[in-house]
Design a protein around this ligand. Structure first.
Ligand SMILES: C[S@@+](CC[C@H](N)C(=O)[O-])C[C@H]1O[C@@H](n2cnc3c(N)ncnc32)[C@H](O)[C@@H]1O
Length: 254
């Protein structure tokens, strides 16, 4: 379906504006204090550098900047192997960018997006609904507040389950494999999953070989890991481990 209004969707940015102005304000405060205690100029420099890094990262991710966000969504969509009929779940849907792209790609499918829409993000339930209306896919998508650690659907509910850069963000679950298991619980037997995340952060997910073994031990019939961290569209400045330097895709069939 085509857009029905001239309004512009707001897909937000993975780098919250707070990451720029909080270190920026602290840096400026130290700078003023450095007139009286010169050593504080070092702290001022560090905080201002941090603010400048996040401002640059925000520009790189932004659709109006280098659109790395859009390219990361596209990478996940490229790795979907699905016939387009049935129910999709997007875990941690954020601003609904992926849920909407899926609704457009698969017009026969129904899409559910869940997210806990915490304060750390520029996203909300109402932003998702507004974006879906503007993009003309409102009848196809629904959104619900829920946590990735306790997905409010029975086992084997969805034909396709996706999630993009969410598991590493879930506070309160140290072993992120538990989140993978919860996500896979709601995939139908024979259904498909595609998760993109910072899977190469070992303290969160363990070593990749071990992770794949564990996933198979849960009765998943096919799973493979596709490393995307070295894709040419990921600029050097975003290759830090907690930005996009450890990113990859887990794809498979239950
Ligand atoms: C980097 S953003 C990614 C958003 C979206 N998947 C995308 O690709 O634009 C991380 C998302 O994880 C969500 N999130 C964090 N903790 C969560 C939880 N416990 N349950 C559900 N979503 C969560 C945040 O609200 C945020 O929308």
């Amino acid at each position: 379906m085509k857009r029905t209004t001239t309004e512009i969707p707001n897909y937000g940015n993975w780098v919250n504006i707070k990451f720029i102005y909080i270190p920026g304000l602290i840096g400026l405060t130290f700078l003023i204090l450095a007139f009286f205690v010169p050593i504080l100029a070092i702290l001022a420099g560090l905080f201002l550098l941090l603010a400048a890094y996040f401002a640059y990262a925000r520009h790189l991710f932004a659709p109006q900047g280098k659109n790395v966000q859009g390219k990361i969504w596209a990478k996940l969509l490229d790795h979907l192997d699905w016939d387009g009929n049935g129910k999709i779940l997007d875990i941690g849907c954020g601003s609904a960018a992926l849920a909407i792209a899926l609704a457009k790609k698969y017009p026969q499918a129904s899409v559910t997006g869940i997210d806990d829409w915490g304060k750390g993000w520029e996203y909300s339930h109402s932003i998702c609904e507004r974006n879906a209306r503007i993009e003309g896919v409102e009848p196809q998508v629904t959104f619900q507040k829920a946590s990735a650690s306790r997905i409010p659907f029975p086992d084997d509910s969805f034909d396709l389950v996706v999630s993009n850069l969410v598991f590493h963000e879930v506070a309160g679950t140290i072993d992120k494999r538990e989140l993978l298991r919860e996500a896979l619980r709601v995939v139908k037997k024979g259904g498909t999953f595609t998760f993109q995340d910072l899977f190469l952060i070992e303290p969160m997910f363990g070593k990749m070989d071990a992770l794949l073994e564990v996933v198979r031990s849960w009765g998943i019939s096919r799973v493979e890991f596709i490393e995307t961290r070295n894709e040419p569209f990921i600029p050097t400045a975003l290759k830090l481990p907690f930005m996009a330097g450890t990113i990859g895709i887990l794809v498979g069939v239950k």
